[in-house]
Design a binder for this molecule. Structure first.
Ligand SMILES: Nc1nc2c(ncn2[C@@H]2O[C@H](COP(=O)(O)OP(=O)(O)O)[C@@H](O)[C@H]2O)c(=O)[nH]1
Ligand SMILES: [Mg+2]
Length: 406
């Protein structure tokens, strides 16, 4: 089975622009024919990460993208995006929303935390004059909410659970912990990392004090649901000071200033043919000046100023950062014919797979087809025309043919 695309959860306070971000990120002019997955829930949509299509590097005039889209050499690869119900302070205590929040959140691989960088929504998510509310406070208090949700779930009936582990060897302790959190899409490697980060390796869970359990839960949340921060509404003048402050206060975090309304406007204008713009471009071109009314011109000028300052609107940059920087995914292109870079029907580079860094040639073979994985002999890197074995770790933009007994 082809790789499951990563699921990005958009979280944040009410009224910060989550739905606008979601609408912008999921609006694209070309639809994929052969959809790798369907939308099952209303708040889940398809967004795309942007990469340079490898066909340009290979000197080919074009490709026949099938599981993704190639627009003038820009390969847009689908990912799932979820607009998670809004959080406010203390919502883990049952204020505002029920368990829907956690039901959504547990499925996510990575989180985009949208904050109102203009400071125009208070801690309850009510509109206030820009510059009133402190976005640093917002980041910390909402993350604390998420941590409290996790703590609430994991700590339930903890003492009895922990005592049951007392006589088990360490490996089985880790297995039991993994099982306990598996409903939150947390994997064994996350548990192992969190135990290490909280200095609780080889200790008896029944001996942990509350603060140790808390520390474990927070580290677990950090590694299993890594989070980038999007400073939305960066188009408002009050945002500038706040951006500096957030960057200073949260130095080691991935932070991207953005304007979701600008990105939405650009994608709409591109769809109706007013401008030429691909998501993530640093600029756009007006197709026919005479078709624009004065108001549209003014808006586009403002958007252009913003993009010059920030290198884009920030929306596509955030999606890319979540998948490539935080989750460490790479792109690989499976082919059948390593000389023509095609599948068996002659389509050039039809599929671009998003896989975790560290994925091996044989694991890729399994993703293409179970039989291909079982009968794996070797793989050929098409660009280098080089043979590699089953444990070869794939590199970004590898074009790979698998040779198998089946
Ligand atoms: N200035 C500005 N306003 C925005 C931006 N994104 C969203 N908004 C506005 O913020 C309000 C709340 O947006 P919405 O997407 O519904 O927020 P949600 O409650 O987090 O889903 C709406 O009035 C949006 O038009 C942005 O990038 N810039
Ligand atoms: Mg919303």
């Amino acid at each position: 089975m082809p790789p499951t695309p990563p699921l990005i959860g958009v979280i944040g306070k009410t009224n910060v622009g989550k739905s606008t971000f979601f609408a912008a990120a999921t609006l694209i002019e070309v639809k994929i024919e052969n959809r790798p997955f369907v939308t099952i829930e209303p708040n889940v949509g398809i967004a795309y990460v942007r990469t340079k299509c490898v066909h340009t590097e290979l000197g080919l005039p074009k490709c026949d993208a099938r599981n993704s889209i190639c627009l003038n050499g820009v390969r847009m690869i689908p990912v799932k995006l979820m607009d998670v119900a809004g959080l406010i302070k203390d919502s883990h205590k049952g204020r505002g929303l029920g368990n829907k929040f956690m039901d959504d959140l547990r499925q996510a691989d990575v989180l985009i935390h949208v904050v109102d960088i203009s400071g125009s929504t208070d801690e309850e998510g009510r509109p206030v004059p820009p510059g009133t509310y402190d976005p640093v406070e917002e980041v910390l208090s909402i993350e604390n909410e998420v941590n409290e949700w996790f703590y609430g779930i994991i700590s339930r009936d903890w003492i009895r659970f922990a005592r049951g582990l007392d006589n088990l060897p360490w490996d089985q302790v880790v297995d039991a912990l993994t099982k306990r959190v598996s409903g939150l899409s947390i994997r064994r490697e996350h548990v192992v990392a969190a135990l290490k980060l909280s200095n609780l390796e080889l200790t008896k869970p029944s001996s942990w004090r509350e603060e140790e359990l808390r520390s474990f839960v927070i580290k677990l949340r950090e590694v299993a649901k890594p989070t980038i921060i999007v400073g939305n509404k960066a188009d408002l003048p009050e945002a500038l000071d706040n951006i500096d402050r957030v960057v200073k206060a949260l130095r080691n975090r991935v932070f991207i200033p953005a304007s979701s309304v600008y990105e939405l406007a650009l994608r709409k204008a591109s769809k109706t043919g007013l401008i030429k713009y691909l998501p993530g471009d640093q600029d756009f071109t007006i197709i026919d000046e005479s078709k624009l009314n004065p108001k549209q011109k003014l808006v586009l000028d403002k958007i252009r100023d913003f993009m010059r300052r920030f290198g884009g609107t920030g929306v596509q940059q955030a999606l890319n950062a979540a998948v490539f920087e935080v989750l460490n995914y790479i792109v690989v292109y499976p082919v059948e014919d390593q000389h023509r870079f095609t599948d068996s029907s002659g389509n050039v580079l039809p599929d671009a797979y998003l896989v975790r860094k560290g994925t091996t040639a044989q694991e890729l073979a399994y993703l293409i087809h179970t039989d291909l994985g079982k009968g794996f002999l070797y793989a050929i890197l098409a660009r280098e025309n080089k043979r590699v074995g089953s444990t070869y770790e794939l590199q970004n933009n590898d074009v790979v043919k698998v040779v198998s007994t089946r």
